[in-house]
Design a protein around this ligand. Structure first.
Ligand code: AMP
Ligand code: ZN
Length: 113
């Protein structure tokens, strides 16, 4: 499959890893929008939030179990924001489910422009 994040998960394209196990990978975003900007992905291909279903939702729960530790390891002591863009209107550019962890700065209360 010609999927950028599947290739990163497989190690075919290099990334700066923040956390990895057999099920998920967390890596630093190549174009950071905050001092800490990490992406967390399932190693299995799911296109977006719209592709989450009863068969694969356990991996989403697992990602959310791991996010606090990934954030803590990145030094995010004062909080962080988790975002998943789904589809065109949200600006999803990579069609492989991913969660942005953003932090290291005090963010505005508004979540959309
Ligand atoms: P989204 O716009 O929500 O689909 O997020 C995709 C994110 O992937 C963007 O923040 C990009 O900067 C990031 N990105 C694209 N290519 C790479 C790459 N090779 N390594 C790390 N991050 C990437
Ligand atoms: Zn993929």
């Amino acid at each position: 499959m010609d999927c950028l994040f599947c290739k990163i998960a497989a190690g075919e394209i290099p990334s700066r890893k923040a956390y990895e196990d057999d099920k998920i990978l967390a890596f630093w975003d190549i174009a950071p929008q905050a001092p800490v900007h990490i992406l967390v992905i399932p190693k299995t291909h799911i296109e977006s939030m719209n592709g989450v279903n009863a068969e694969n939702s356990k991996i989403v729960a697992y990602i959310f179990e791991k996010i606090p530790q990934i954030a803590a390891d990145a030094g995010l002591k004062n909080g962080y924001r988790v975002i998943s863009n789904c589809g065109k209107d949200a600006g999803q550019t990579v069609p492989h489910l991913h969660f942005h962890i953003l932090g290291g700065v005090t963010m505005d209360a508004g979540m959309i422009k």
